[in-house]
Design a protein around this ligand. Sequence first.
Ligand code: MG
Length: 441
Amino acid sequence: MDMDAVAWVGSGAGTTSSSRRTARSTSSGTEGPCGFPARMRNSRFRPNADRVLRYKPRLDHHPEEWWGRDAIFERSDVDPLVKRAIYTTMIRCVSEVILSKGLRVLMVKSVRGFSKGYWNVPGGFMDYGESPEVGVEREAEEEIGVDIVLDGLLNVYVSGFPGKPAYTLGFVYKGHLVSEAFRLKPDEIEDAAWFTVDKALTLTRNPFAKWALVDFFLQSDEARAALKVKRHSSDPHATGPDQPTVFLDRDGVINRGRAGYVRTPDQFRFLPGAIDGMRLLQDHGWQLVIVTNQDAAGWKLLTEAQLAKVHDRMLAMLHKEGVRVAEVYYCPHNVLSDCACRKPRPGMLLAAARDLGVRPRGAWMVGDKPLDVQTGRAFGCRTAWVGPKAWRKRFAAEVRPWSPDVVADSLLDGARAIVRYGEDPVVDAARKSRTDPTITS
Ligand SMILES: [Mg+2]
């Protein structure tokens, strides 16, 4: 295919005719890849000094097929500007599907690509000119060897790649299987299995899969009703859509942790700056939701009634300071439990999505432990890891795989960073795309 009328950056401040002459003579002389004049390959646009010429490179096939969209970033002889232009003008599109059976969804474990070694929802990149419905049926049926039936579009998402000049559009459908006689595609999929939404969220690293799993949960009466999570308030909640929310871990973030646990209201001590941090977030329009594992309750060291007294006192003190907490969710189980609510499972965050209109793309999770960061990642929101330097040093290796978006000494510092941070993933990706254009998917 011949690419028509591609804008290209010419060098020098000469007249239009001399620049045209340059382009012509260069194109008949040394050429770089794809017919671009070699001399221009590494040029940079200088406003007021450079001219933009219209140059028609001689391409015998579509850029989509040049070297593969990922391989282009590994080439050292392709100008970063060209790489960036390709990724920002030729959006990658994926089409995926949440296949459900009652409360469970089908996940596949990949042996290659971005999801290698991880579970993902079936689907993949759409071919150019292919509709998302056709693309997802082709991909899913190739992967699992079973016909699927689509039951409608769940949502369409866009995701940037942190530090990369790329973004991807994701169509995610809901659907079901005709049979379960899987014939897995051996070079792509090593396993297929059914999981509850909270578990599936901990298994995938694909942001579209995460967001779609949350949307699937919210659209499923059965899944919403089945999720049992303890909360402090007994009031019914009014659900508003898309409430910007910051989830806060409790011990070590809001109050001092304590050997032997915080078991009475008197033992509850706010950390310095914690209330100011919460107020700062609230003043910038963030709804505050506390999500806390209470192992002490799990080990029967305090009753849920005692825990409620601790929370009553915490909320009363915050109220006096003008800080309102939308809800306190807690897990009353211990580390041996396989419950949906114990972090790093995201059950408490899912409950907030159901009760309080929280959506992953408009939320942050702030915590002092690696499992807090892991929980935020599982839910598909941004994460802040807070704690004194010495504390963070102790857990640095453990937290690294979950790459928090913000690292700070305290809740107050973390809150300041969250307030500064943009909320739009595309804008974020663009803002951070100054250096390495290598894409990892
Ligand atoms: Mg903590």
